[in-house]
Design a protein around this ligand. Structure first.
Ligand code: HEC
Ligand code: HEC
Ligand code: HEC
Ligand code: HEC
Length: 175
């Protein structure tokens, strides 16, 4: 009897623990990464992203080309329709419950490729890669890109990982 109860209790703790873990990784938005990742000496990833294609992905949905594609599909407003914002924004691609402070305007933010930042954003964690990885950080592979760069995109042609990563490169300069 007692062992059974202890077993049940252990299971409950285990489940509560893993549910908590999953809940803890929340999306905080590119503005929160900016304060550390805007220094030229360490690569200014924020401005590379801002000038690159992903930060403007929501602006694209407000343009004429997007309106035309949407009209052909019977979509009234591409800037709010899940059929478009699910790839053109971080916020539109995630479970709303996991959003802490990311905004729709940021388009495809850092966390669409690097994972929700609420638990890894601390400087002491960020400096140690193994730690950041256990706190939700992702170093993206081609699979991450292909969640959006695929033939469900109305304008998709092809995706070459090497070429496409080179176009958005934002390295930390070697010391
Ligand atoms: C408090 C400062 C701070 C914040 C906030 C921060 N970072 Fe970092 N991050 C660092 C530091 C320091 C490094 C180590 C590299 C360096 O010196 O630039 C780093 C490294 C990284 C790396 C490379 C990790 C590796 O091991 O190669 C990624 C990716 C990254 N950050 C993404 C993000 C994202 C995305 C956010 C926002 C969700 C974010 N960071 C917020 C300080 C920060
Ligand atoms: C959450 C969805 C999403 C993910 C994940 C994503 N992208 Fe994109 N990407 C987009 C959207 C949407 C655009 C179009 C933006 C625009 O034109 O407004 C785009 C555009 C681009 C462009 C510019 C288009 C071109 O043909 O030159 C490059 C380069 C690119 N992405 C590279 C990548 C790479 C590399 C990865 C993975 C490391 C990646 N993307 C992950 C959604 C995504
Ligand atoms: C499966 C993900 C995905 C969906 C869904 C999606 N897009 Fe995109 N969109 C992308 C990606 C990735 C790019 C960049 C390169 C490409 O065309 O594959 C892009 C690029 C674009 C462009 C720029 C094309 C260019 O040649 O510069 C427009 C306009 C656009 N999308 C409109 C829309 C509209 C409107 C919708 C909704 C009906 C939509 N997209 C749905 C992923 C998506
Ligand atoms: C479209 C996907 C994508 C977006 C958006 C993105 N990154 Fe990255 N990031 C990558 C890829 C791919 C790498 C290279 C990973 C590798 O080398 O394994 C990378 C690498 C990094 C590195 C490590 C560079 C190094 O040399 O070690 C940092 C730091 C980083 N990103 C920060 C950011 C920050 C901050 C943002 C938002 C302002 C951001 N990234 C947005 C895909 C992305």
């Amino acid at each position: 009897m007692l062992t059974k109860r202890i077993f049940t209790l252990a299971l409950m703790v285990l489940f509560a623990g893993s549910a908590l873990m999953a809940q803890q990784f929340k999306y905080i938005g590119a503005e929160k990464c900016k304060m550390c990742h805007i220094k030229p000496a360490t690569g200014d990833q924020y401005n590379s992203w801002l000038k690159g294609p992903h930060a403007g992905a929501m602006k694209t949905l407000a343009g004429d080309a997007a309106k035309k594609i949407a009209a052909e599909k019977g979509i009234a407003d591409p800037t709010t329709d899940p059929a478009c914002i699910s790839c053109h924004s971080t916020v539109g691609s995630i479970d709303a419950k996991l959003n802490a402070s990311a905004t729709m305007n940021e388009g495809v933010g850092c966390e669409s490729c690097h994972g929700p930042g609420s638990m890894y954003k601390g400087a002491s964690i960020m400096k140690i890669q193994e730690q950041a990885l256990t706190k939700g950080m992702i170093l993206p592979t081609v699979e991450v890109c292909k969640t959006c760069h695929n033939d469900k995109s109305p304008t998709f042609k092809s995706f070459n990982y090497a070429e496409m990563t080179a176009k958005i490169a934002h390295p930390v300069p070697a010391k």
